[in-house]
Write a protein that binds this ligand. Structure first.
Ligand SMILES: *[C@@H]1O[C@H](CO)[C@@H](O)[C@H](O)[C@H]1NC(C)=O
Ligand SMILES: *[C@@H]1O[C@H](CO)[C@@H](O)[C@H](O)[C@H]1NC(C)=O
Length: 188
């Protein structure tokens, strides 16, 4: 097989598999997210290891803690919105400058692409519902999450994206993703 034929073959495979994915996977099935979510949670854990001792001092002072009860509080039909708010927040935080922190770059890249995929899928799955999330009262889980991510990013900026600041952010988000995973595990 020459080079051109090989390319065509690869392109065809990519096309067929994306069509299959679109047809065969109803976008709101939790089973699919469980797997993605488990993978991304593990990557986040793996890319940095334990929170370094020197970073612990700053932890209690100014960084907000992940609001742990948001997933429990979310009604069944809201869970998808709360998950979307969480993953969008994670996606946006990781757009910030992380040159000062030494994370394993392959894990980081894979983590970001998985989160990106989850956000896109959840957006497809929520469609119109996402709009209504914007009109929720201020004490809703999505509003709580939005304010958490805003504060988190503010602190990160204040600390000038130091490696400790990033490690604290990573630890907080890891806790959040673990909570989400626990709730997803209980879904069919
Ligand atoms: C953080 O925790 C340490 C040890 O528990 C405590 O001594 C310190 O005052 C705390 N810092 C803030 C800003 O609360
Ligand atoms: C990221 O931060 C580093 C270190 O502070 C800086 O040298 C670099 O220019 C920054 N990169 C961007 C894209 O802002």
């Amino acid at each position: 097989m020459n080079h051109m034929e090989l390319m065509k073959c690869v392109l065809l495979l990519v096309f067929v598999s994306s069509v299959c994915e679109a047809v065969a996977l109803p976008t709101c099935q939790w089973a699919h997210y469980k797997e993605l979510s488990e993978k991304s949670k593990n990557l986040l854990e793996r890319m940095g290891g334990q929170l370094p001792q020197k970073c612990l001092e700053g932890k209690n002072s100014s960084f907000p803690s992940f609001p742990k009860d948001v997933f429990i509080k979310a009604q069944n039909e809201d869970l998808v919105l709360v998950a979307l708010e969480t993953l969008s927040g994670v996606k946006n935080i990781f757009k910030n400058n992380h040159t000062l922190v030494k994370w394993e770059s392959d894990s980081l890249a894979l983590f970001r692409s998985l989160v990106f995929r989850q956000v896109r899928k959840l957006q497809e799955c929520t469609g119109k519902k996402f709009q209504t999330a914007m009109e929720k009262p201020a004490d809703s889980s999505t509003a709580t999450l939005r304010s958490f991510f805003e504060k988190l990013e503010e602190r990160l900026k204040e600390k000038e994206f130091s490696s400790c600041a990033w490690e604290i952010v990573r630890t907080e988000l890891q806790g959040g993703l673990e909570e989400l995973q626990t709730v997803l595990e209980s879904k069919n």
